[in-house]
Design a protein around this ligand. Structure first.
Ligand SMILES: Cc1cc2nc3c(=O)[nH]c(=O)nc-3n(C[C@H](O)[C@H](O)[C@H](O)COP(=O)(O)OP(=O)(O)OC[C@H]3O[C@@H](n4cnc5c(N)ncnc54)[C@H](O)[C@@H]3O)c2cc1C
Length: 349
């Protein structure tokens, strides 16, 4: 995972462009902003950048991005970030954009689920399939009040699990990684997976099974969490039921649910923008039906659209270039090749 944190600068100041979504399209849009001398911020609902690549298939290899014969998805995200980082875009993680407002002077306010309002001269929606949110265990009812104290959907600090009885739910890479990763921190680790075998990386799966052989952790396959015992907001026990119907209980102070993400177009669907096939209709300049509001990547639709990384990168380039005439009205916009621009900058620096 990329080690990027929200910084203490006041992100709410006016920026030229606010980019909604930190997938490959959003990150590359930030590169293009840097290349075109405009300021930007990315607002991303997840706690990490990378969109589908980071959330859904970090370990899978990608074979159809120009210049990369074969690259693990997470490495492509890291390379994109390396390219963007030199321009120091503002990054806001863990906030979901709920609504936007276009002001009389043509600028935009973007409000997130935390109530924060971010101002910019133009807006680029690079929201992919929608905001990602972790999958939950609906059979446990409303446990939202326990999230961050007893129940977790991600590990932000291993100290949350230190010397605790921890139950991890899931069978993919994240669940396996943290099962191994918390062994030396937690008092006990129990892994519960409803499948018969793990989907995660073979090497880590072997590490988990070896640790079980050595008596360092417990593993329940073909098993689901049925219910929990709580004392106030504190988790006490989990009740499990296997596919064969046998029931058991385990002491648990921390429940770490790592069963993937689901995406939700959510508020974007109600923004009164023209939609087609659950995506935003754009013109040949990647502009939506609202002046100053652009879309690129999986969220953008036009006849013949292909939802792949490469088109998103190209659309990000077009959207940023075309937004310049909105952001800097009346200014002559010149196209300067990066090779020419960078060699000039390198000479003067
Ligand atoms: C399993 C799998 C394998 C794939 N393999 C390939 C491949 O080999 N080659 C290829 O080219 N493509 C592949 N794709 C498709 C590729 O991943 C997508 O085309 C690409 O991720 C689109 O990038 P994006 O930035 O437009 O959107 P996304 O990657 O979806 O990123 C959008 C981001 O916006 C955020 N967001 C959404 N709404 C909000 C909001 N309201 N507020 C804040 N943040 C928000 C989301 O949380 C997300 O992080 C694959 C897809 C899958 C699922």
């Amino acid at each position: 995972m990329l080690d990027i944190h929200n910084e203490m600068t006041d992100h709410k100041d006016m920026r030229d462009l606010t980019i909604i979504g930190g997938g490959p399209t959003g990150i590359f849009a930030a590169v293009q902003c840097g290349m075109n001398n405009i300021s930007c911020r990315i607002i991303e609902s997840m706690s990490q950048l990378g969109g589908q690549l980071a959330a859904l298939y970090p370990e899978k290899h990608i074979y159809d991005v120009a210049g990369f014969p074969e690259v693990p998805a997470i490495s492509l995200v890291e390379s994109l970030w390396k390219q963007a980082e030199r321009y120091q875009p503002d990054i806001v993680l863990g906030e979901t954009v709920a609504r936007y407002r276009k002001l009389d002077d043509g600028t935009f306010e973007t409000e997130t689920n935390t109530g924060a309002i971010y101002r910019s001269r133009a807006l680029l929606i690079a929201a992919g399939l929608g905001a990602f949110e972790p999958r939950t265990l609906p059979q446990l009812g409303d446990i939202s009040h326990m999230v961050g104290s007893s129940v977790f959907y991600a590990v932000k600090s291993v100290n949350d699990f230190r010397d605790r009885n921890v139950v991890i739910v899931g069978g993919g890479d994240s669940a396996l990684d943290w099962t191994v990763g918390l062994l030396n921190t937690a008092r006990s680790v129990t892994l519960v997976h409803r499948g018969h075998e793990f989907q995660g990386h073979g090497k880590t799966a072997h590490e988990v099974l070896d640790a079980r052989e050595e008596g360092k952790l417990a593993v329940h396959l073909d098993t689901e969490v049925r219910s929990i015992d709580v004392d106030g907001n504190a988790l006490k026990r989990l009740h499990l039921r296997s596919r064969s119907g046998s029931e058991t209980s385990v002491d648990a102070e921390r429940l770490l649910i790592l069963i993937g993400f689901k995406s939700n177009l959510g508020p974007l669907a109600g923004w009164d923008l023209e939609l087609c096939e659950n995506a935003l209709v754009v013109d040949t300049h990647m502009k939506t039906s609202v002046d100053g509001l652009y879309a690129a990547g999986d969220i953008a639709w036009y006849p013949g659209k292909l939802k792949i990384i490469q088109t998103g990168l190209s659309e990000a380039t077009m959207a940023v270039r075309h937004s310049l005439s909105y952001i800097k009205p009346g200014e002559k916009i010149r196209t300067v090749f990066s090779s020419v621009r960078m060699s000039k900058e390198n000479k003067t620096s």
